[in-house]
Unconditional design. Structure first.
Length: 114
C-alpha cells in the first residue's frame, strides 16, 4: 500500500509530516530525537534521522510512500511547535481519543440534523 506524506522544508532544515495516530502505529515515540516537533494532530519528523527511521520501518512493513513538498522559505512554522519527544505517550493517547470522540460527535450531529 502506498502512503502519502508531506515533506516540509525551509532555509535550514526539513521535516516529514505524519499523523500522530500513524506515527504511534509504526515507531516508538521514545526513538524520536529532540529535533522533531508536533501539533495537536501531526508529528513533523526531523529529516536527517527521524524521518528516515520512520520511513524505513514503513518499508519493513511492506509499504511504499510518496511525498509532496512544501517550501516554507526562510523559516517554517514547524520551528515554533512543541518538541515531539517532550510529549508523553499517555498525552498522545488522550489527544487521539479526544479527536476520535469529536469526529464521532460531529458525524452524529450531521446525521441527526438531516
Amino acid at each position: 500500500m502506498t502512503k502519502k506524506f508531506t515533506w516540509h522544508f525551509d532555509g535550514g532544515h526539513e521535516w516529514l509530516e505524519v499523523k500522530l495516530s500513524e506515527l504511534k502505529e509504526v515507531i516508538d515515540i521514545s526513538e524520536i530525537s529532540r529535533f522533531s516537533y508536533a501539533d495537536d494532530t501531526n508529528a513533523y519528523l526531523e529529516g536527517d534521522c527521524d524521518a528516515s527511521k520512520f520511513l524505513r520501518k514503513l518499508e519493513d512493513q511492506g509499504h511504499t510512500f510518496e511525498c509532496d513538498e512544501v517550501d516554507h522559505g526562510a523559516n517554517a512554522f514547524i520551528r515554533g511547535l512543541d518538541r515531539l519527544n517532550g510529549k508523553q505517550p499517555e498525552m498522545i493517547d488522550h489527544h487521539l481519543t479526544a479527536v476520535r470522540n469529536h469526529a464521532i460527535a460531529s458525524a452524529t450531529n450531521r446525521l441527526s440534523s438531516n
